[in-house]
Design a protein around this ligand. Structure first.
Ligand code: GDP
Length: 172
């Protein structure tokens, strides 16, 4: 067999926070300034080594469903991990994170591993959410937390690998 595990991961969060770009950065090391050429593509994969095992990350994009509040329970089915993304320059996208956590609690498996991502950390001048505040929220909710930038690539690899390691620790 090619891989030892396949881990389904869902990427969630408000519209335009950078979900598609984070996924593209991790799976293909790409970033497109003009996004949304990916509507219709359901997931992308990348295989990595975690603790000497071949782990295929199967990462699902909402493909814009969140705009219509139509992210369905099928999207969450079988997911072992979630990247909950907000935009550090748009405060309401962080304030909505609590709603996304509720959505996960309602539709996803109880043991799902969740990483809160403050994306667009490259836009330092426009920052509207302090890292400390997000870290405190994450701790209170039992989420892992990292800021990242899909544009520069900073912390993207590290955050996805951390999520995969935590999932691996749970299943092995
Ligand atoms: P989605 O709707 O959450 O999937 O968001 P997209 O991935 O389509 O990104 C929305 C917009 O934010 C696009 O114009 C991207 O180019 C931009 N964007 C995404 N990630 C970053 C980032 O890390 N830094 C900056 N400066 N812009 C970003």
């Amino acid at each position: 067999m090619e891989e030892d595990y396949v881990f389904k991961i869902v990427v969630i969060g408000d519209s335009a926070v950078g979900k598609t770009q984070l996924l593209g950065r991790f799976t293909r090391d790409e970033f497109f300034l003009d996004s949304k050429s990916t509507i219709g593509i359901e997931f992308q994969t990348r295989t990595v080594d975690i603790a000497r095992r071949r782990v295929k990350a199967q990462i699902w994009d909402t493909a814009g469903q969140e705009r219509y509040r139509a992210v369905t329970s099928a999207y969450y089915r079988g997911a072992l991990g979630a990247m909950l993304v907000y935009d550090v320059t748009r405060r309401h996208t962080f304030e909505h994170a609590a709603r996304w956590v509720d959505e996960l609690r309602a539709h996803a498996d109880k043991s799902i591993v969740v990483m809160l991502i403050g994306n667009k950390a490259d836009l330092a001048a426009g920052r509207a959410v302090a890292a400390d505040e997000a870290a405190a929220f994450a701790e209170e909710q039992g989420l892992f937390f990292s800021e990242a930038s899909a544009l520069s690539g900073e912390n993207v690899e590290r955050a996805f690998l951390r999520l995969l390691e935590e999932i691996h620790a749970n299943v092995s």
